[in-house]
Design a binder for this molecule. Structure first.
Ligand code: GCV
Length: 662
């Protein structure tokens, strides 16, 4: 149901000083009437007034007063900005409107973070060309893997455009998001009709609001649209009739939505239609659409989440982790220049820890984009605290060892390694129409952090956490330290009480919250831990499924041998006896017990730390989060006791510390 009340999240603009001075706002080199410049000017007026009391006079005429100038400077990199203050006057320099808008938000951020901006000297430009949010919103208003209420884009198979739409666009612009896919990648029912007359007017209206904030609108596409909308018998990408249908359709789309960004496609994945049905490759499908959309400047973002989801659990040779690479690597170099392959960070599915997908950088002749999940599907449903920026950082900083000088994932997806211009980062977003947008107020740190990191991959998880805290809660240093520490520890805490050592899954089927050790063990999803009375883990070495060999040799060798495999991923790559000695000297089984006991205790510490912030966090916000910590502790307790009991019963090995196991 529609909910028009909402919080200001990190754009609260808390008061930091009371200057009551006037500045004239000047615009040089840009058109004052430009839609994005207008947004920048509006935001600066609002933010500075609220935070500092400064009144911006939107005119060049206010002689004598100090000035804030948005100025065009072609030497600044695209979408970048320079902030310069001479002690009196401040300038935002940019070569394009987006850069000016991001500069405006950066100035406001600096003020919110308590910096003296009168002599500011700062510059930035995006690490990634594309910085996108993917909504998994359905047209009936539900959100696939949504934990924050209903969709604010859709309801009853129709679109919603209201105040929230603009508020959302402001949030996204403030973290430099430049593309948004509004509908779920599983395109069904009414969503297939988003590319028809039925919705063009509303999609256009929405895209105009986005355009005010430098955001391009994209849609997820139903590969079977030629059948469902066009009445054709099939959707073979090499069939002339199908190609003709798409040509007409895409012309119609651009006639109605001239600034449309392009399509995101989930094909041949979890029951969605795709080229495999016709014996074609993923490249055949992607290239067909890309060629048609190219004259309009559009792009095709093609997801690599293709695997067999009807596996027989008895089959130990088939390995879901291998699937992406096996399907997509053979066509590396065949994808046309306006295709981007969107690759999930790990080879499985957004677990709390997985190795980096070997496709990232494994492809070296194809545009690629990193997909991460901000929505906490397997990471606590925005009930359990789990700050995910450290996870994204690990992925970006991962050395593929491809032999290139620039060999990290960040290098590949940014285009730095291959010199390509299409690539970047996309996140499955965690927003909904809850008052606080993200269910858990603290989960907004992930939304915020994703955008900041995608814009500047050199930022640290701590810097981002502190920026977010300052803007959201404006805490003093002592309390900021407490909250920053909570965020920074939270992912490891979650990992400890759920599934450490890279094993993953063990989660309640379908909902993906709470423990169910064998929940996915005898299923069709390719998600097994293979535990028996002697040990646990999946052998993905050269003696097992051979997945480790999909990496470049240095990494392949490291992962292949349990003695050199990073311990946090040990059970992802190897089947290990319970009596195996880890580097700490503990046995594997003792590590499992200890980790779960510690994880629960540390979750309690997090909850206590939150209690210590009671007097400095707004009451409603405090209460909402507190309720979640209560639930998190229940969850952690279940995980601890179920996992420990399960492995005690399997192995028959006592806990050295004699704690209660059931
Ligand atoms: C949108 C996982 C999720 C699905 C999701 C899918 C995907 O399987 O559980 O809800 O579907 O990933 O990324 O396409």
């Amino acid at each position: 149901m529609k909910n028009s009340k909402y919080s200001a999240m990190w754009l609260e603009y808390h008061k930091v000083s009371d200057l009551e001075t006037r500045y004239s706002l000047k615009v040089e080199g840009f058109s004052r009437d430009d839609r994005i410049i207008t947004s920048a000017a509006h935001e600066l007026s609002l933010g500075l007034k609220k935070m500092t009391g400064i009144e911006l006079i939107l005119s060049d005429a206010a002689e004598g007063s100090r000035s804030l100038t948005i100025k065009k400077d072609l030497s600044v990199r695209p979408e970048g900005y320079i902030l310069k203050g001479d002690g009196e006057n401040v300038q935002i320099l940019a070569s394009d409107e987006r850069g000016a808008l991001y500069g405006a938000f950066a100035l406001l951020r600096a003020v919110a973070c308590g910096r003296d901006v009168s002599a500011i000297d700062e510059s930035a430009s995006p690490s990634n060309p594309l910085r996108m949010m993917n909504h998994w919103d359905n047209m009936d208003g539900s959100i696939e893997r949504g934990y924050s209420g209903e969709s604010f884009f859709f309801e009853n198979d129709d679109m919603i455009i209201d105040d929230r739409t603009r508020a959302y666009a402001r949030f996204m612009a403030s973290i430099a998001i430049n593309g948004v896919v509004i509908n779920n990648v599983n395109v069904k029912g009414a969503a297939t009709y988003l590319i028809t007359d039925r919705f063009f007017a509303k999609v256009k209206e929405l895209s105009e609001i986005f355009a005010d904030y430098g955001i391009r609108l994209y849609l997820s596409l139903n590969f079977a649209a030629p059948i469902e909308l066009g009445g054709l018998e099939g959707c073979d990408p090499l069939d002339e009739k199908v190609i003709g249908w798409w040509k007409d359709k895409i012309r119609e789309v651009y006639d109605n939505l001239p600034d449309f960004g392009g399509f995101l496609v989930k094909a041949d994945s979890e029951g969605r239609p795709g080229p495999f049905t016709y014996g074609r490759t993923q490249a055949d499908g992607a290239n067909m659409l890309a060629d048609i959309i190219k004259p309009y400047g559009g792009i095709i973002i093609w997801r690599c989440f293709v695997y067999n989801c009807t596996q027989d659990w008895r089959d130990t040779k088939t390995d879901r982790a291998r699937a992406g690479y096996d399907y997509f690597k053979p066509q590396d170099g065949d994808y046309h220049e306006n295709v981007i392959l969107q690759i999930k960070n790990g080879p499985m599915d957004f677990q709390i820890r997985e190795p980096v997908s070997p496709l990232l950088g494994g492809l070296h002749k194809t545009n690629q984009m990193l997909e991460v999940q901000v929505a906490q599907e397997y990471t606590g449903h925005q009930i359990d605290l789990c700050y995910l920026i450290p996870l994204y950082k690990e992925v970006l900083d991962f050395h593929t060892c491809s032999g290139e000088e620039r060999d990290t994932v960040a290098d590949y997806v940014s285009g730095r390694t291959m010199g390509n211009t299409l690539g970047g980062m996309a996140a499955v977003i965690n927003t909904g129409n809850d008052f606080n947008w993200t269910g858990d107020d603290l989960a907004a740190a992930n939304t915020y952090g994703f955008g900041r990191l995608a814009y500047d991959t050199t930022l640290t998880a701590e810097q981002i956490a502190r920026e977010w805290i300052a803007q959201t809660f404006a805490l003093d240093r002592e309390h900021e330290d407490i909250l920053a520490d909570m965020l920074l520890r939270s992912r490891e805490v979650y990992e400890k009480y759920t599934c450490p050592l890279g094993i993953g899954w063990m989660v309640y089927p379908n909902t993906h919250y709470g423990p169910s050790v064998d929940g996915y063990e005898y299923s069709r999803w390719g998600t097994y831990h293979r535990a028996d009375h002697l040990g646990i883990g999946v052998d993905r070495s050269d003696k097992g499924t051979g997945y480790a060999q999909q990496y470049y040799p240095e990494n392949a060798d490291r992962y292949n041998d349990p003695k050199t495999c990073p311990e946090e991923l040990l059970l992802f790559f190897h089947h290990i006896p319970y009596t195996w000695k880890l580097s700490t000297g503990k046995t594997l089984i003792q590590h499992i017990y200890d980790s779960h006991f510690e994880g629960y205790d540390e979750a309690e510490d997090l909850a206590k730390a939150w209690d210590s912030l009671k007097d400095v966090i707004p009451q409603e916000s405090f209460d909402r989060v507190k309720e979640r910590f209560d639930l998190q502790l229940d969850n952690a307790r279940e995980w601890r006791d179920q996992v420990n009991s399960y492995f005690y019963r399997k192995s028959g090995i006592e806990d050295e510390k004699g704690r209660t196991i059931y």
